[in-house]
Design a binder for this molecule. Structure first.
Ligand code: GAP
Length: 439
């Protein structure tokens, strides 16, 4: 069974994971809205990252910096002068491309990848990816500010504040989840490359000289995180950046790539940013950003190891990785085998028999479960169809309330992946679901 991007897009629309932004106006390119199931999945992924990267560790603390920052931040970071892609236009069909994405043979002939005309491409122009806007009522150059293209800079400019207020000592990290914006030239492939997206970034501050070991350590931790998210590790690989691929701030970089239906693509970047960022902010702000190590009496500008993951790309990975069309005896069922801990809905409650007391009993069980989990209630249609709807939504457990429930207070619990059903006491249902989610 081949998972295609079209199948994922169609499932996302049908089941309410994702919608095109401003769809009733024809949509806006490369912007998406998360529907009822999508928003739950996204929250669960972010919560899982936050728990593993911040709450379960004693050497990382969290931050939530403003999206709008002083414009000098982006001069210091190198984004004003260096955060650009080479852009070429076709003089014939007017299509626009990133020069580095064109086949070198075609590029040599200045051949358009779309219309095929030779000598049709313009020279490359550098196109800055930052969105510009103005702060205040006057649109003049002095009021220009940017929508942040990465969350990392909010961490660097707060590094001293966090250090002074949290009693952390180097080595330690600061983590943040938040929106980032890039005016991408070639967005697309659904939510793989959008103009508004979310990042989960962690910056780990270390003593110069300890950077390479820490860098390799974080590569392992991040790989293990995807494994614990339930991602098939046969579809993950590391890609080391060559000298000409490295970002302006990086001394070394590895991407964790996933094999999407569109090929192997970056899911997360792990970078050794050296002391580039803090040194630049020190120069541009005039503030001392050095660290004094009490134990060795040394003063230095810390090096930074960064792990930078995209929320939307992780979500797309979870969808692609868990999607299956399973051949059953008489039909094909579409199932999302999402790890239960990130599944948008943990359980669905189905009353089976239409007796007077049944809806009330089922509703009581439903409301009781709702205190602990995100649960869905569905009383309409044949039970087989109700199961299929939940399989497509990735709901790991379905609870049926039937006539036997009235007699012995038991319910059935059906496992999404094996489709096996067992009877359990209604009173023990919460514990049963909790154990299965955390297994
Ligand atoms: N602070 C470093 C940084 O931003 P990056 O490799 O440019 O590094 C990190 O981005 C991650 O952010 C990527 O691996 C990807 O998951 C996500 N990302 C970047 N651009 C994106 C876009 N246009 N749409 C969706 N996700 C994006």
């Amino acid at each position: 069974m081949l998972v295609t991007m079209e199948k994922i897009v169609s499932l996302c629309k049908r089941r309410g994971f994702l919608f095109q932004s401003s769809e009733i106006y024809g949509g806006i390119n490369a912007c998406y809205d998360y529907g009822p199931l999508g928003v739950e999945l996204k929250r669960n992924i972010k919560d899982f990252w936050w728990r593993s990267m911040v709450q379960e560790r004693d050497d990382i603390v969290g931050l939530d910096a403003a999206i709008l920052m002083h414009p000098k931040v982006w001069e210091a970071s190198g984004h004003v002068s260096g955060f650009s892609d080479p852009l070429v236009d076709c003089k014939q069909c007017k299509q626009r491309f990133r020069e580095d994405e064109i086949d070198p043979k075609k590029l040599e002939k200045r051949q358009c990848p779309r219309c095929g005309n030779v000598d049709a491409l313009t020279d490359a122009r550098q196109f800055n990816l930052m969105f510009k806007t103005h702060m205040g009522p006057v649109e003049e150059s002095a009021s220009v500010i940017y929508l942040r293209p990465e969350t990392a800079q909010g961490i660097y400019v707060n590094y001293k504040n966090v250090l002074d207020s949290s009693r952390q000592k180097i080595p330690f990290g600061i983590a943040q989840i938040g929106k980032a914006f890039r005016n991408e030239i070639t967005p697309g492939n659904f939510i793989f490359r959008t103009r508004e997206f979310e990042q989960m970034e962690m910056q780990f501050f270390v003593k110069p000289g300890d950077d390479e070991e820490t860098f390799h350590h974080w590569k392992e931790i991040r790989w293990a995180w995807y494994k614990s998210l339930g991602i098939n590790t046969d579809k993950l690989r590391f890609h080391e950046h060559g000298k000409n691929e490295l970002a302006h701030y990086a001394k070394a970089a590895f991407d964790i790539e996933y094999e999407f239906p569109i090929g192997w693509k970056e899911l997360e970047g792990i970078h050794n940013r050296t002391d580039f960022d803090l040194s630049r902010h020190q120069d541009y702000s005039g503030k001392d950003l050095t660290y004094f190590d009490d134990s060795t009496r040394e003063r230095f500008v810390p090096y930074i190891i960064e792990t930078s993951a995209g929320v939307d790309r992780t979500l797309l990975t979870c969808l692609v990785d868990s999607y299956e069309e399973e051949q059953l005896e008489k039909e094909v069922r579409t199932v999302l085998r999402l790890d239960p801990k990130i599944a948008p809905v943990k359980a669905a409650v189905f009353p089976l028999v239409n007796r007077d007391s049944m809806p009330e009993l089922a509703k009581n069980i439903f409301h009781d479960l709702k205190k602990n989990f995100n649960v869905f209630y569905d009383a309409s249609g044949a039970v087989g169809r109700r199961y299929r709807r939940q399989d497509e939504a990735g709901t790991p457990f379905c609870i049926t309330i039937d006539s036997q429930t009235l007699e012995d207070d038991t319910v059935t619990i059906r496992d999404r992946d094996t489709m096996e059903q067992i009877r359990v006491k209604a009173a023990g249902l919460k514990m049963e679901i909790k154990e299965r989610i955390t297994k």
